[in-house]
Ligand binder design. Structure first.
Ligand code: AMP
Length: 478
């Protein structure tokens, strides 16, 4: 999972890109980068680290121009080495192309082999470089970026929300199933495309709409236009975005994530009511769920855990031992709120089980009488190949285990997961329009050795739609 942003703004883009990346920091903490273009020069600054560590006012002032893209990385493919930090730049016949991507291709090996046979040299181990190479290669025969993206999308299988900067024009496209989020907003003097609407809010912009699955957006100094490159008979929005990944204040594909999580909390109570004294969230991801649970049950919402806000997400720690220690530094108990209480403890998901086990132990040590763990996702039983760093089946605590065995391993008094039907209902777009591979082991694209629930994608020879091309930047806008 990563965060991407593209901005064209007559007032300069480096600072807006920086603020937008700050708003998307939760989507990736491993590295950050920005590319901008002015005159004939492509400027790029990128490095490993958090947004605040990678940029300062000097580096931002050096990133000149009114068009640019940015990226925060959470590694799914490719190792954590400096070469894999995005955006990636490509130069061909006087054209400068910079590209950043969120998602994961599942036909990377085939494509890499094919392009290597043709003489392409790859400098990184990421699938993003393949996307860039296919586009650069297509630009060799066609001068039109629209055609190059069209050809590229026909070749890619998997999830991709992508932003590209070609000289001073931004292109953004989303895979035909809309697996990864991408939305469009209006700024005072331009436009923004970003992984989540919170990036638009951070710039005081106005949310326009989501980029449609299979759509290509083009933004330059004259405004914004779009073309539908592909259509599919279904969507496959990543369910884990709603469960955990997206910020609760984001609106994704028409739904406020906070509302989804609150509804799940309500349904968790309905599915299995329990008598208790307090409802306690695992911060921060369990808060909206706990709010819904408390609302429906009438049991008071009381914080029993406090989070050290200056620590990253624990799952980015490379070893199990580091991950376990990190949980203790990250969370502490509020003993007075837990002692002698029957607690409903609410978290978004259980992946490896490490966090939940540690938290349950901590809460028990605080003198709690009963711990009823309620989880905002169904059991995660299969890996993700489409952009979330889910471990192998062997590392997933719920894979091949009964719920009672998971409960015993974690040490809770009782354990209930949200049923899949309730989760789907809480999101509201229908099971057919969600990717639920990690919950069922059945994926919306063909993946070697896995089951797929089939989707049909058509590539259309579209013309520019008129609705978006009527938007203009700057003063012309009403
Ligand atoms: P654990 O069960 O110890 O793997 O930790 C699960 C917790 O980490 C969940 O409650 C989430 O808040 C968070 N998390 C979210 N995504 C992931 C992921 N891809 N891998 C591991 N943990 C995650």
């Amino acid at each position: 999972m990563c965060g991407i942003v593209g901005i064209v703004d007559a007032g300069g883009v480096s600072f807006p890109l920086y603020y937008a990346l700050y708003a998307l920091q939760h989507r990736g903490q491993e590295s950050a980068g920005i590319s901008t273009f002015e005159g004939t020069t492509l400027y790029t600054h990128k490095d490993q680290g958090l947004v605040a560590e990678v940029f300062n006012s000097h580096t931002l002032q050096e990133l000149r121009g009114n068009a640019g893209i940015g990226h925060v990385r959470y590694p799914t493919t490719g190792s954590k080495v400096p070469e894999n930090v995005q955006p990636f730049n490509f130069r061909y016949r006087g054209l400068d192309l910079s590209i950043a991507h969120n998602g994961n291709l599942v036909n990377t090996d085939e494509l890499r082999e094919e392009y290597e046979r043709r003489g392409q040299i790859f400098c990184t181990t990421t699938d993003t470089e393949i996307i860039g190479n296919i586009i650069a290669d297509a630009l060799r025969t066609s001068k039109s970026m629209e055609d190059a993206v069209r050809l590229c999308m026909r070749r890619l299988r998997g999830s991709y929300a992508t932003v590209a900067l070609l000289n001073d024009t931004i292109y953004a496209f989303r895979d035909p199933l809309g697996i990864k989020p991408l939305c469009i907003g209006r700024l005072d003097h331009g436009y923004i495309v970003a992984s989540e609407s919170v990036a638009i809010d951070a710039l005081d912009g106005t949310f326009i709409r989501d980029v449609l699955p299979g759509e290509l957006i083009r933004i330059d100094a004259n405004g914004l236009s779009s073309v539908q490159v592909a259509t599919a008979n279904r969507r496959a929005h990543c369910i884990f975005e709603y469960i955990y990944f997206a910020r609760a204040d984001s609106v994704m594909d028409g739904t406020l994530v906070y509302d989804v999580r609150r509804r799940i909390g309500q349904k968790l109570y309905d599915a299995n009511p329990v008598e208790a004294d307090t409802v306690c969230p695992v911060p921060d991801s369990g808060i909206a769920y706990a709010a819904g649970y408390a609302e429906r049950s009438g049991i008071p919402f009381v914080e029993g855990l406090m989070k050290n806000r200056y620590m990253g997400r624990t799952f980015i720690m490379p070893t199990q031992q580091q991950r376990e220690r990190a949980v203790r530094i990250k969370l502490n108990t509020v003993r007075g709120n837990l002692k002698d209480k029957r607690v409903v403890l609410i978290d978004d998901s259980i992946v490896r089980g490490t966090t939940s086990r540690r938290i349950v132990n901590m809460i028990r040590d605080a003198g709690t009488e009963e711990i009823h763990l309620r989880v905002g996702s169904p059991p995660i039983v299969a890996p993700c190949y489409l952009g979330v760093d889910m471990p192998t089946r062997a590392e997933l605590i719920a894979s091949g285990k009964e719920i009672e065995a998971v409960r015993a391993s974690i040490g809770a008094t009782s354990l209930t997961y949200i049923p899949l039907e309730d989760l789907v209902e809480a999101i509201g777009c229908g099971e057919r329009n969600l990717c639920i591979g990690c919950l069922t082991g059945c994926y919306p694209v063909d993946i070697n050795g896995e089951k797929s629930c089939h989707s049909i994608v058509d590539y259309v020879a579209g013309t520019h739609q008129s609705d978006l091309s009527t938007f203009r930047t700057g003063k012309e806008r009403t």
